[in-house]
Write a protein that binds this ligand. Sequence first.
Ligand code: NAP
Length: 430
Amino acid sequence: MRTTQQGGGFIGSENDRLVFFKSAIKGGFEFIDLEHDSPLLDKRASDLKGAKIICSYHDLKGTPPPNTMVDILVRCAAKGDVPKAAFMVGSMSALLDLIDAARLFSFTGKDFSLMGMGELGELTRICASELGVGFTYASLERGKEAAPGQVDLQTMKRLAGERIVTGIVGHPLSHSLSPAMHNAAFATLGLPGRYVVLPTMDHELETLLQVAVELDMRGFNVTIPHKVSILPLLDRLDASAERVGAVNTVLIEDGQFIGYNTDVYGATMALRSAGVEGKGTTALVIGAGGASRALVCALSDLGARTFICNRTKEKAESLARSFKNVRSIEMADAQKENFDVVVNCTPLGMKGFPDELPIGPEVLRSGQVVMDTIYNPSKTRFLAEAERKGAVIINGEAMLVNQGLKAFEIFTSKQASYEVMLNALRGVLY
Ligand code: NAP
């Protein structure tokens, strides 16, 4: 029943609101939430007697410094029985400021609510008890959220108790498929878990680690552009992350940050599912970026003689030097060779990128396994061409789902279902 000036949708008069609230009190409602500048606050001791007043403050634009947030809560506390404030959280440091403000105000011993709005605000609602707030807000149903960042009641109930909070750290994250995959796995297993998006700029990685500890997060996935830059901030790496020199999963255990690379596992499982044995086979990896690193590591671990070709030759050479049994090769020379396995690790053919083949079609032939790390579209021109030539083809779905399954296991010690994650992924994509 917020008025349009207060950011709500109610278009009746103040008197209409008063009549409604009076009947609500009569009907047994114990709390009424009024905006801090609402004239109805003056009726607290008269017409609205019988209910406690939550005095609310909303800032849809941003998050002021912690002391200002505390001041706002103090002013709301003076006007109502319970102060509540919500701020749009636009960055990791704003989120940390909000956590600091909650800690400071909790020293008053007063019941209060403080929450963030927007993508990053979701954490403040899920982790309300870590913030020390007495209550938070949820939507009655999914899709009926009254504020950005609000979570539905059914999910909030599942998260009661000892919850597992994870997420994905990167920038930008608008197209990330991981939240759908992990949240579907949590819901299907009935686990009190939630996977959130944590858009984080380069200079805010350390702040993110502070936030993760403050809110007792179990861990998070890491994506572009932080897979390498996060390395110096971690306490230790597992063998896969050490070998690849990049991290896509971080577990927080006893305050320590442990880095893993589940892309290698994802790539290995995808190759195996297509029948790649490794020993005695030769493989060509096209591209020398992050995905190539995982594929080259997986192929080299499987025992394949692996070649890398890339638009920028020096990058292929440098990547090849980091592994045994791996060499770089010129694109033109690769086209004359017979490979058992060919993998595209460039974005060529991906939705939004040029619909071009990453290498000449003469490299493709019958009996090969041809993998594209791209999953959107599900069949790139590269895969269609390989299929036409009689190759066994596989797209990037299996790698993506398997890296997610392994990360989920690292976070929860539980096995999620491949089909559940795959269906969730396809639900978002197609
Ligand atoms: P990246 O680190 O930016 O590397 C991209 C690679 O592609 C580089 O080697 C780059 O060559 C090459 N490249 C880019 N544009 C090109 C062009 N127009 N012509 C020729 N080569 C080009 O990216 P990434 O993270 O490795 O991602 C690459 C692909 O893998 C993307 O399609 C991504 O969706 C996919 N991927 C899939 C999974 C999965 O789980 N299925 C996981 C990660 C990534 P230069 O070195 O010359 O720039």
